[in-house]
Design a protein around this ligand. Structure first.
Ligand SMILES: [Zn+2]
Length: 430
């Protein structure tokens, strides 16, 4: 039996996509090192920000060697599955899950874990001891400020999601290629379907906030639904100012009636930056309800540009910056052209002429670009102006929110005065 190792990622709809895969002759440190090195080469040497793998010491070693700057974590789903197999206790697993998913700080997790192993007298259990020793690589509380691009972190998904239902341990070498192609085609179709749905249908808005409208037009549907969930939750999570240092204001954002709980948001109105202690934005790329609640209280009506990541936007897969992407895109188009052009002698002649015209255009355009001196001057100016525009927009946003706050204050004063006048009138009548 040869192990099939797949390297997958998540696209802008949160669906799995295949970056590469390999059949290993045997599982060893050097085999995994070779696989990751080959993959990195195919990715033009671009290291991923983060990687999730099976909890395996050989993979751990290979990742540390080949991808030293990449944040590496173990798949929680695999750890839960193995814990379930090794410890057959009816109530333990529910408590175990809570301890992993619901603790918000390292201290909270540590005391929860100690209490749990104490209650079930499992302090000497080797498996629990080993996963506890590796806790920095799989317990969410230790990795919440690292980007993993997951919209729903508590959703437990298998790392093999891409090939689930297509390839398993009994698949023969002959049917592997066929099944591989079916999996690739099927996920590709699902991506097209999700792209189509995002582009051609409108999601139902739940608030009158311009920010929700803005997000609906920018995000893919799945990312928007997550954003919408967070936005709606701001109604139940008010922000209370706890400190003001002039440039940064600190808020506590908690559910109604949640005493001293909740999260702390540090808001800088000049940079339109809101950093939350839950680190959801850093982890998933979608801003959390706590930061949104602060925006709401400060009348920030549109989502500041730094909170809209391209990876969750509708045009996330349109990029021509990478040589590999340009090469693959042109090759795909050229193949279609060749297939179409070879259908008959007449079409072949038309195709040949068209190709000659296209070849001349490409050649001449290359010359025009090369003659431009100094190179990139125009792009530099555009970048500079874009950044100035962004800064001006952000300043406008601050002025607008300050103005709205003054207007609201005036409205309040007016209301108070009219109540006083009303009372005075009543008193006079009496
Ligand atoms: Zn938060």
């Amino acid at each position: 039996m040869l192990p099939l190792v797949s390297i997958t990622g998540l696209n802008h709809h949160g669906q799995p996509i295949l970056f590469g895969c390999g059949l290993l002759h045997h599982e060893s440190d050097s085999a995994y090192v070779w696989l990751l090195q080959s993959w990195l080469h195919a990715m033009s040497g671009n290291h991923p920000v983060s990687i999730t793998t099976e909890p395996d010491h050989r993979i751990r070693m290979a990742v540390a060697q080949v991808l030293p700057q990449t944040s590496h974590r173990f798949c929680r789903w695999s750890i839960f599955r193995e814990t379930h197999e090794k410890l057959r206790h009816p109530t333990f697993h529910e408590e175990f899950r809570k301890c992993i998913h619901e603790t918000k700080t390292v201290d909270e997790f540590e005391s929860c874990w100690q209490a749990l192993v104490g209650r079930y007298t499992l302090a000497d259990n080797e498996w629990l001891q080993s996963i506890y020793n590796a806790r920095h690589q799989w317990v969410p509380v230790y990795m919440q400020a690292t980007f993993f691009g997951e919209l729903y972190p508590t959703e437990e998904t298998s790392l093999n999601m891409f090939f689930d239902g297509y390839v398993n341990a009994t698949t023969s070498m002959q049917s592997l290629v066929k099944q591989y192609e079916s999996a690739v085609t099927s996920w590709h179709e699902m991506e097209i379907k999700a792209d189509f749905e995002t582009a051609n249908t409108t999601p139902a808005l739940k608030t009158s906030s311009p920010m929700e409208k803005q997000a609906a037009s920018l995000y893919t549907r799945r990312a928007f639904l997550k954003f919408q969930e967070e936005l709606v939750e701001t109604l139940a999570n008010p922000a209370t100012k706890v400190e003001d240092s002039g440039t940064v204001t600190t808020y506590r954002v908690a559910k109604f009636g949640d005493g001293e709980g909740g999260h702390i948001v540090r808001f800088n109105p000049f940079e339109m930056k809101a950093i939350c202690s839950c680190h959801m934005f850093e982890f998933s790329g979608i801003i959390c309800r706590h930061a949104l609640s602060v925006f709401r209280s400060k009348n920030v009506l549109t989502l500041p540009s730094q909170y809209i990541l391209k990876r969750w936007s509708r045009d996330a897969n349109i990029s021509t910056h990478s040589l590999t992407v340009r090469y693959n895109s042109l090759r795909k188009e050229a193949l279609k052209f060749v297939e179409e052009g070879a259908k008959s002698i007449h079409i072949y002649n038309v195709a040949k002429d068209a190709l000659q015209v296209a070849a001349n255009k490409v050649k001449n355009h290359g010359l025009v670009l090369n003659q431009q001196t100094p190179e990139g001057e125009k792009e530099k100016k555009i970048r500079q102006l874009t950044s100035e525009l962004e800064n001006t927009n952000e300043r406008c946003e601050v002025y607008r929110s300050n103005l709205l706050a003054v207007l609201r204050e005036m409205e309040d004063q007016k209301l108070k005065l009219s109540v006083k006048v009303q009372n005075a009138r009543l008193t006079l009548k009496e």
